[in-house]
Design a protein around this ligand. Sequence first.
Ligand code: NAD
Length: 260
Amino acid sequence: MTLTDKVCIVTGAASGIGSGIARRFARAGGKVAVADLNLDAAQAAASAINAEHPGKAMAVAMDVSSEEQVDAGVAQVVAAWGTVDVLVSNAGIQIVNPVQDFAFADWKKMLAIHLDGAFLTTKAVLPHMYAQGSGTVLLMGSVHSKTASPLKSAYVTAKHGLLGLARTLAREGGPHGVRANVICPGFVRTALVDKQIPEQAKELGISEEEVVKKVMLGQTVDGEFTSIEDVAEVAHFFAAFPTNALTGQSLIASHGWFME
Ligand code: NAD
């Protein structure tokens, strides 16, 4: 399947990885709904895409943890462009703390954005994909879908959970021509990562430089961050894959940090 004129919704696409995926999809000819909690930033990201690819992007206000907002956002996209062909459930945040200090409210917020968000956006797009007999759902996992790091209990739990959702959806969606896969990036230098460098340094009692070199990149084969463009390329590969052979899978792009 090529992405030409395919309708794609990317959540959390106002910045970071989601923004890169939206740009990549538009470059491949897709129409991209930039869905984000931050509408101003989503509009700026959509405008930047439209400047290069006129008419290919729209901004949508959406808190992925709100069923009402998700349903309204998907309805807005369907009203404008007729259907949804590709969903990238990417919106996410990070909160780090040891389990014994992890506030229950923070735990619930993490699971609401990462897991409820993936479930609600998937549930909202499926009727359109099933009606047309085709579609692709991509969930933004992480190396933390496969392994664990200290301080990240909620994140690791949520990212592991996405594998279960994608695999179940692959089985349910198969007869309807709908594929589901998970992208598992290593550390990518975005706002989400920049925020946790000083937090981890404080919690672990090491310097910020050591957090980057040892905690984040110490297990990679070359000491390099994964880039937004790397992750966008994987998303494009999954989204544009021509058959339903590739479903229920997860692909790690992490400079060899985690191998399986
Ligand atoms: P980012 O902070 O740059 O972007 C996240 C975006 O999500 C922001 O635009 C934010 O406004 C939006 N967002 C947050 N809460 C939302 C909500 N409730 N509803 C809608 N939008 C919301 O972060 P990023 O690094 O680009 O992360 C994107 C995804 O990639 C996340 O799921 C993250 O867990 C995952 N990921 C990131 C890395 C990394 O190293 N940066 C690695 C692996 C996986």
